[in-house]
Design a protein around this ligand. Structure first.
Ligand code: KIV
Ligand code: ZN
Length: 512
């Protein structure tokens, strides 16, 4: 086993927001959104982008293909099971990439061998070797993952890893697929692999930790401490079930505690908050207020003693500076009289690079908002830009509605939608409440019926005139669709959110 260097090691940041992250329920993204996130990840400075699982669907294939064709800088990776058809399809999508990587995986734990795969240990090794060799035939950069490695017998894990490296794998990834490991367990596993696999120095050891016990970042750090050279992670920690190791947390932990880990990454940390905001906006998975690094409260100091300390010397209560993660410290409030230049300046400070056409569109919305709301904060501006940049091609547009409400009376609505040049108006629709009535009216007009699984409202900034943001998750024929709407009027925000989810359903059905 080669000793770990005490000078700084460079850890490879492998981002899987577009693959494992997209496996979060309700987080599926369209092609345009995936391209935008891939571009943001390249600007963020990640080393590898796992762009998708090409055989999984035509949409996944197209996303990996277009990301391979357009994104330059990071390695572009596509996932494949250890099957010939998967590997061939992955390569078809990846062949345009400047630096392609094929990632093949096969479960190795006894539970998966016995119940899922019904394969013997010998079969597993044979199939893993054959698949790695097939992938190496296409490109030299091949990653192999023994799925559920953390619950695999250690001797067998060493055997599979050795065989995969001998077959040409250049990265061996150790997934804790079900989030079962603890830091001591994961650290020990990586150390044992380094001690017992004779050819381990020919590959980079990677870790891929899930967060079922809330330990994904701690487990990844323990792996780095014991010699892992790559960490797989996602923006905001999104991913299957409780999610994956959060990129912002692992990167900042390595940076803040460089004294301990002697490891660094290529991530431009000032891009973290804008990228987090982009992913939250696109996926509809909002970040909890107290989330480390990117939560709204991450740098908020409430206690008087803390505030006093911060004013005297920020290091008293801050282990990193807000600006290090891209939080703009700004007291600048815009309003009715602010011009395009001031808006452009704030947009830039918030990490958005708008074209002049986009700036014009955002400025129009800004002026409308400034008529309703006296003070416009950074969070308002960010949400206006997100809304403007991520318009799903919309079949139905909200034209107007009239609500009649009175205590003790059933709320009624008359609502008009536009579909191209055509105007569609409901007869009066009644519901349990005003929002229910609006949702029913939209369903009547579009002919799309849904079940609403999630409905959340929150205020974007402070004050009675604050923008309200509504996020809904609708179920239609077993699939989940999300929608987001923003307005100073929360009923209108709900109507917009519902309609944006309906438009996603219409797009998925190919309605035009
Ligand atoms: O969690 C997991 O095991 C995975 C593999 C495909 C790497 O996502
Ligand atoms: Zn995973």
């Amino acid at each position: 086993m080669t000793a770990l260097s005490t000078s700084s090691r460079r850890i490879v940041i492998f981002d899987t927001t577009l693959r494992d992250g997209e496996q979060s329920p309700g987080a599926s993204m369209n092609l345009q959104e995936k391209l935008e996130i891939a571009q943001a990840l390249a600007h963020l400075g990640v080393d590898v982008i796992e762009a998708g699982f090409p055989i999984a669907s035509p949409g996944d294939f197209e996303a990996v293909r277009q990301i391979s064709q357009t994104i330059r800088g990071p390695v572009i990776c596509g996932l494949a099971r250890c099957r010939d058809a998967d590997i061939d399809r992955a390569w078809e999508a990846l062949r345009y990439a400047e630096r392609p990587r094929i990632h093949v995986f096969l479960a190795t734990s006894a539970i998966h061998r016995e119940y899922k795969l019904k394969m013997s240990k010998e079969d597993i090794v044979r199939q893993a070797v054959a698949s790695v060799k097939r992938a190496v035939g296409y490109c030299p950069d091949v990653e192999f993952s023994p799925e559920d490695a953390a619950r695999t017998e250690v001797d067998f894990l060493c055997e599979v890893v050795e065989a995969a490296i001998a077959a040409g794998a250049t990265t061996v990834n150790i997934p804790d697929t079900v989030g079962y490991a603890t830091p001591a367990h994961m650290g020990n596993l990586i150390r044992v692999l380094r001690e017992r696999v004779p050819n381990i120095d020919r590959a980079v050891i990677s870790v891929h930790c899930h967060n079922d016990l809330g330990l994904a970042v701690a487990n990844s750090l323990a792996a780095v401490e014991n010699g892992a050279g790559q960490v797989e992670c996602t923006i905001n920690g999104i991913g299957e079930r409780a999610g994956n190791c959060s990129l912002e947390e692992i990167v900042m932990a390595l940076r803040v505690r460089h004294d301990y880990y002697h490891a660094s990454t290529g991530v431009v940390t000032q891009r973290i908050v804008p990228t987090s905001r982009l992913v939250a906006g696109i996926t509809g998975l909002s970040v909890q207020r107290n989330k480390a690094i990117v939560g709204q409260n991450a740098f908020a100091h409430e206690a008087g003693i803390h505030q006093d300390g911060i004013l005297k010397q920020p290091l008293t209560y801050e282990i990193m500076r807000p600006e290090d993660v891209g939080l703009t410290k700004s007291d600048l409030v815009l309003g009715k009289h602010s011009g395009r230049a001031a808006l452009a300046d704030r947009a830039k400070a918030l990490g958005y690079n708008l074209t002049s056409e986009q700036l014009n569109q955002v400025f129009e919305q800004f002026k409308l908002l400034a008529d309703k709301k006296k003070e416009i904060y950074d969070a308002d501006i960010a949400i206006l830009i997100d809304q403007q940049l991520h318009v799903v091609s919309e079949l139905f547009h909200l034209d107007r509605y009239e609500l009649s409400l009175a205590t003790g009376k059933t709320p009624e609505v008359k609502l008009t939608l536009r579909r191209g040049e055509e105007k569609l108006t409901t007869q009066v629709a009644a519901g349990d409440g005003p929002i229910d009535a609006i949702f029913l009216a939209i369903e009547q007009l579009t002919g799309i019926s849904t079940t609403c699984n999630d409905f959340r409202v929150h205020s974007v900034t402070v004050g009675k005139d604050a923008l309200g943001e509504v996020v809904v998750q609708l179920e239609h024929r077993g699939q989940l669709y999300r929608g987001r709407g923003v307005s100073t009027d929360s009923v209108e925000a709900a109507a917009k959110a519902f309609l944006s989810a309906i438009n996603r359903i219409a797009a998925a059905k190919g309605l035009s």
